[in-house]
Design a protein around this ligand. Structure first.
Ligand code: SOE
Length: 372
């Protein structure tokens, strides 16, 4: 696995849970952890249960059966392509790449390789989202008219919040758009089973530069003006977009890192001719459903043994959390790897989202509706 911070922890936790809760999952050995800082890497390998470390990703690719790339967006492409050229299956964190060109190259490498790939859209693995997908596929909502998604956070609302790679176009590609919007756009395309064909987008950056820790500096001392330099923010802090789906549905999307008071508030609502549904990540064990009558939405608890993945966990009604989405995701991907079967969401699905992100940015630059 390349990377060991937030997503490294989320996947390592999943690897540890798999043999306990999904005994039928393939056996996993956490072999090599890849990073640049040897000391931090050794410490992470100990905590996350990896046997050894390397600062050379090629060495890792040569040694393993599966490669996880959970590093920053600008390091997704080269190692992922090298792994695929060596016939090693790859899971890559989202968005697929920092640029659409890189995403295209990754998807082409995936096409040429005879192994499964995965793009880590973990919200597809919330049981309530799987249940929502079943309702839509079964026609319970009828013809879909609207999908409406927001993904709101507030960790940059303080102008002194420190600069990180997530604020750099070169390293991240985009800001709230790629980091958060990618999730919403994928969920919308997944739930509707339809692709977006054109968009009108708006991006905004509220704070143009941010403090960075000084050279060799100890922590992120953003408060102390003397000890920090500032660096330019070259990505969006927030975006909004309107979308038209190939099947005719209308989409509206919004994400922000400036939505004061919102920490990780991801919602998606779908309205159809016969009913509607609404999901809120902050209540992830529930789905609000309206079924063809006018008595209003009912709140369905998606915690029964026959609900997706629930029988692997606790008795009925015992809730699960955000981290479980990674267990489900890694279970499905690693099973596909072991069986050599097709897996979704794969690099092609990641590219489909990347093209929408790209069209939203182009629409913002040109002030025009833009085709995907
Ligand atoms: C950003 O703050 C972030 O960590 C995203 O990168 C993740 O994809 C999202 O799930 C939570 O928020």
């Amino acid at each position: 696995m390349l990377g060991y911070r937030f997503m490294g922890k989320a996947h390592s936790n999943a690897f540890a849970r798999l043999p306990m809760f999904f005994p039928e999952a393939p056996e996993i050995e956490r072999d090599i952890l890849v990073g640049r800082d040897e000391e931090a890497l050794a410490d992470a390998a100990d905590r996350l249960g990896f046997s050894r470390t390397t600062t050379d990703w090629q060495e890792a690719i040569d040694a393993v059966d599966v490669f996880y790339n959970v590093g920053p967006n600008h390091v997704h492409a080269e190692p992922a392509i090298a792994a695929l050229e060596a016939g090693v299956p790859v899971l890559c964190e989202k968005p697929l790449a920092a640029t659409t060109d890189d995403a295209e190259r990754m998807a082409a490498a995936a096409d040429d390789a005879d192994v499964p790939t995965a793009i880590a859209f973990n919200y597809r693995y919330v049981p309530a989202i799987r249940y929502a997908k079943e309702l839509i596929d079964d026609g319970v909502l009828g013809e879909i008219h609207h999908v409406r998604a927001t993904y709101l956070q507030d960790w940059l609302v303080d102008p002194q919040a420190p600069w990180s790679w997530r604020n750099s176009e070169e390293l991240a590609g985009s800001g709230a758009l790629g980091d958060l919007g990618a999730h919403s756009i994928d969920l919308a395309q997944f739930l509707l089973g339809d692709r977006i064909e054109r968009v009108s987008g708006h991006l905004h950056t509220f704070v143009d530069e941010r403090p960075v820790p000084g050279e060799g500096g100890g922590g992120l001392d953003a408060e102390s003006q003397e000890s920090v330099e500032t660096r330019e923010v070259t990505v969006d802090d927030a975006y909004s977009a309107q979308a038209v789906f190939e099947g005719g549905a209308m989409g509206t999307f919004e994400a922000s890192r400036f939505a004061n008071g919102r920490k990780n508030a991801h919602t998606i609502e779908v309205n159809g001719s016969e009913g509607s549904l609404r999901f809120d990540l902050e209540r992830l064990n529930e789905l609000e459903v309206l079924r063809g009558d006018d008595r209003g939405f009912e709140t369905v608890l998606v915690t029964d043994p026959d609900d997706p993945y629930i029988d692997h966990w606790w008795p009925p009604g015992h809730t699960i959390g955000w981290e479980h989405t990674f267990v489900h995701e890694d279970y499905e991907f690693l099973t596909a790897v072991a069986e050599g079967s097709e897996y979704h969401p794969n690099f092609q699905d990641g590219l489909a989202v990347q093209r929408v992100l790209d069209a939203i940015s182009r629409s913002d630059e040109t002030d025009r509706w833009t085709e995907i």
